[in-house]
Design a binder for this molecule. Structure first.
Ligand SMILES: [Fe+2]
Ligand SMILES: [Fe+2]
Length: 192
C-alpha cells in the first residue's frame, strides 16, 4: 500500500474532523522528518494512521490490542483515551500488514511517548501537538521549539499535557513522565 491508499483508508474510517487532523499530522510529520533527518514517507504513513482506531468502539480497540498481544499497564487499562494508540499499532500490523517496527512504534507511542524514542517516534509525537487544527495556549511555543529541537518540543508538550491532567484530576500515565524526564536529560547532556 502507498500513502494515497492509507489516506483513502483514513478517510473511510474517520469523521471529517478526525480525518483532517490526521492529514495535518501527516503533513507536519513529513516536514519534521525533513528537518530532523528521518524517513519522510514513514513519517507521512505513521502520521495518517496514528489515530486510525480513535473512532472505533472501546470493545474493538481492546480486542485489537489483545489480538496483537500488547500488554497495557494499570494506568493504560483505566484510561480509555489511551487505547486507540496501541490499538492503532495493532491494526496497522495485523490488518494492514505493516511490518516496519519504527512505524508501528510511532503509532503505538504517539500519546504518552516513551523514554527512548526514535526520531520517527518523536516526529509523530510532536506533529500531533502542532497539527493545524490544534488550539491551546502553548501551541506557538511548541511549534517554534519543534523547528529547533524535538526534545525541547517533547518537554513542553508533555508539560502541557501533564498540567492539564493534574488540573482535571485525571490519571497521569507514568510513561508520560518518563517521556518528559528522558527528553529533559537528553537536553541536559547536550548542554554539558
Ligand atoms: Fe491520538
Ligand atoms: Fe492525533
Amino acid at each position: 500500500m502507498n500513502i494515497d491508499s492509507y489516506v483513502e483508508l483514513a478517510k473511510s474510517r474517520l469523521s471529517l474532523k478526525r480525518f483532517m487532523h490526521s492529514l495535518s499530522v501527516s503533513r507536519e510529520a513529513k516536514k519534521l522528518a525533513q528537518k530532523h533527518g528521518c524517513d519522510e514517507i514513514k513519517a507521512e504513513i505513521a502520521g495518517i494512521l496514528h489515530d486510525i482506531m480513535k473512532e472505533t468502539s472501546c470493545e474493538e480497540q481492546l480486542a485489537m490490542i489483545k489480538e496483537a498481544n500488547i500488554k497495557l499497564n494499570e494506568i493504560e487499562r483505566r484510561s480509555q483515551k489511551l487505547w486507540h494508540a496501541p490499538a492503532g499499532a495493532a491494526y496497522a500490523k495485523l490488518r494492514l500488514k505493516i511490518i516496519d517496527k519504527d512505524i508501528l512504534n510511532a503509532i503505538n507511542y504517539h500519546t504518552s511517548g516513551r523514554a527512548n524514542m526514535s526520531i520517527l517516534e518523536k516526529v509523530v509525537f510532536v506533529a500531533d501537538y502542532i497539527s493545524e487544527d490544534r488550539k491551546y495556549n502553548m501551541l506557538g511555543k511548541i511549534k517554534f521549539l519543534s523547528s529547533v529541537s524535538l526534545d525541547e518540543a517533547i518537554v513542553s508538550g508533555t508539560e502541557y499535557t501533564m498540567k492539564f491532567l493534574f488540573k482535571k484530576k485525571k490519571l497521569v500515565d507514568s510513561q508520560a513522565l518518563e517521556t518528559y524526564n528522558a527528553a529533559l536529560m537528553r537536553i541536559q547532556d547536550k548542554e554539558k
